[in-house]
Design a protein around this ligand. Structure first.
Ligand code: XMP
Ligand code: MG
Length: 187
């Protein structure tokens, strides 16, 4: 059963808010070096990346632009198939621009491989990927990830924008939930 205080459902904190912010600050310095000549368009992937984009963008001293895409990958439950549908496309025309896709977590990498190829077909100057979390045990694609925050174990994680059934996105830390959260309610 779920409780009213989302913190009560946490089994283990993998990364604290402060660790996440510190790592994002390091990544921000790498991004500033890479894009010194031409600030990138940050493309956040809704909804999970909202928190990452908002913290990363405010760490950056470059005059970045921000845009958003929403995609759904056909797959069952918590796994994705790589077959993707665009639910919300970019507002911006990316022709000739440098694009940095910002993701919360890469699991199989199939969704992002598709998204990267889709954006590359629009004639941008470059398309690269920044992800705060990566599950190395599950990567199925050889997609290049230019900026990676942390590797996480092959467990379902939530918080810092990531959800289980749309809950827990507003937890400040990245956590693993108690098993009872996933258990069906007793009759
Ligand atoms: P692929 O497999 O295409 O999928 O890389 C990436 C998407 O899968 C979701 N995902 C998770 N969401 N906790 C979550 O809240 C997780 O541990 C997790 N693993 C994968 C997420 O939507 C991501 O964009
Ligand atoms: Mg997601």
């Amino acid at each position: 059963m779920q409780t009213d205080d989302i913190r009560d459902d946490v089994r283990e904190v993998l990364f604290t808010e402060q660790q996440l912010r510190e790592r994002l600050a390091e990544i921000a310095r790498e991004i500033e070096a890479e894009y010194a000549d031409e600030p990138p368009l940050l493309v956040g992937v809704l909804k999970g990346a909202v928190v990452v984009v908002s913290d990363l963008a405010r760490e950056l001293r470059l005059p970045v632009h921000m845009d958003w895409m929403a995609v759904s990958s056909y797959g069952s439950g918590t796994t994705s198939s790589g077959v993707v549908r665009i639910l919300k496309d970019l507002d911006a025309d990316i022709t000739g621009r440098r694009v940095l896709i910002v993701e919360d977590i890469i699991d199989s990498g199939l969704t992002l491989s598709w998204l990267k190829a889709n954006l590359e077909s629009r004639g941008p100057a470059s398309v690269d990927i920044c992800t705060l979390f990566r599950k190395p045990a599950r990567l199925k694609s050889d997609i290049e990830l230019k900026f990676v925050g942390f590797d996480v174990p092959d467990e379902f994680v939530v918080g810092y924008g990531l959800d289980y059934d749309e809950r827990y996105r507003n937890l400040r830390d990245l956590v693993v939930l108690q098993p009872h959260v996933y258990a069906p309610a007793e009759a």
